[in-house]
Design a protein around this ligand. Structure first.
Ligand code: PMP
Length: 352
């Protein structure tokens, strides 16, 4: 750190991204990416944009907002596209939280919430999960703080139901509730329709997981028009061209290819259930995930040892050192061939 780095960041611990190794061809099951290539249709769309990179992109993302709003059955002014959903989450902390309007989120959840709170100087509270690693929705009823919940939660993959989400939103009318639906396309139930009923709900989603666009960085928020206008204000005060023209074109193209996205999601769900049952037969306890990953532990091998042994054999999974979950590994669901190799490798490690 240089002597110039502001003291205001003294306590800041940055988010630790999953490993993206360059040195060896791993089977990569550590960052919840899609194992499938991007839709050819999306690539065709981007070709035109490639010829126009001398111009700035449309800062209002009009065509993209239209395409996203069509998909969701909302109006374009209820949508804001961002550079990955990480950006809209940060915008939400910036727009709605301060010392009087503090934040609350589960103590096991997406690690970035804490970082966004810290970097924006926002006090926050973390509420423990139940002993089954579930979010107890009753903990958030009338809590009178801005609430951030990943649904399905990460890294557990466990979902709250729509009525539970609605209870939380309804009971906190003077606070914002952000529901992060990064993993909703793999069997979860979206609460987007509730934005018509509640002016305090912001739903965020991403193109990174179900639409094979993690590398292109595209996410979005959906909410009542007034909330979206607030978020626009933050966008135009930080980075008006946050979504580049090639990514916007890819996003529009991928939304036109609904069949590919659906086929890929169905395949992930099938592979998830296959992998879960194989892991359970090997003695793992596995949470009930509705995401594109499993969260699993085994009482004969520690989470870290399993992570290391898999890595030695060319498979990367995600291990979190946090004490409450250090027995677990989060395993991204890949292609069926990758899942078969994973299971055979685990059998080899466990010597069964
Ligand atoms: N929310 C959750 C729960 C996530 O796991 C991730 C992925 N790391 C994100 C949001 C952000 O994803 P992206 O910025 O790629 O849209």
């Amino acid at each position: 750190m240089s002597r110039f780095f502001s003291k205001k960041y003294d306590g800041l611990v940055p988010y630790t991204a999953g490993e993206q190794p360059k040195d060896c061809d791993y089977i990569k099951l550590n960052t919840n990416e899609s194992p499938f290539p991007l839709s050819e249709n999306a690539k065709r769309f981007a070709k035109e944009a490639l010829n126009k990179t001398n111009l700035y992109p449309d800062p209002d993302c009009r065509d993209l907002h239209k395409a996203i709003s069509n998909m969701l059955g909302v109006s374009p002014d209820e949508v804001l596209a961002t550079n990955g959903s990480d950006e809209i989450l940060n915008f939400a902390f910036m727009a709605f939280c301060d010392k009087e309007h503090t934040a609350v989120f589960p103590n096991i959840t997406y690690g970035f919430y804490k970082v966004f709170a810290e970097i924006n100087g926002i006090p926050y509270e973390e509420i423990p999960l139940t002993e089954n690693f579930e979010i107890d929705f009753r903990d958030y009823i009338s809590i009178n703080k801005n609430i951030f919940i990943a649904n399905p939660n990460a890294p557990t993959g466990i979902s709250l139901t729509l009525p539970q989400i609605e209870e939380i939103v309804k009971s906190n009318p003077d606070n914002i509730v952000v529901i992060d639906e990064a993993y909703v396309d793999f069997g979860g139930e979206s609460c987007v329709p509730l934005i018509k009923k509640y002016d305090n709900l912001l739903v965020t989603q991403t193109f990174s997981k179900s639409r094979s666009m993690a590398g292109a960085r595209l996410g979005f928020g959906v909410a009542a028009k007034e909330l979206i206008q607030d978020l626009y204000k933050i966008k135009y005060s930080t980075n008006p061209y946050n979504v580049n023209s090639i990514t916007a074109a890819l996003g529009i193209g991928v939304l036109k290819d609904v069949e590919t996205t659906k086929r890929n999601c169905d395949e992930i769900v099938k592979n998830r259930e296959y992998t879960k049952s194989k892991l359970e037969k090997l003695g793992f306890s596995v949470t009930n995930s509705s995401a594109n990953f499993l969260f699993a532990r085994h009482n004969k091998i520690s989470g870290f040892n399993l992570y290391e042994e898999l890595k030695k054999r060319g498979i990367l999974v995600r291990h979190f050192p946090k004490k409450e979950i250090c027995d677990f590994n989060r395993i991204t669901i890949g292609s069926i061939d990758e899942m078969r190799i994973l299971i055979d490798t685990i059998k080899d490690i466990l010597e069964v």
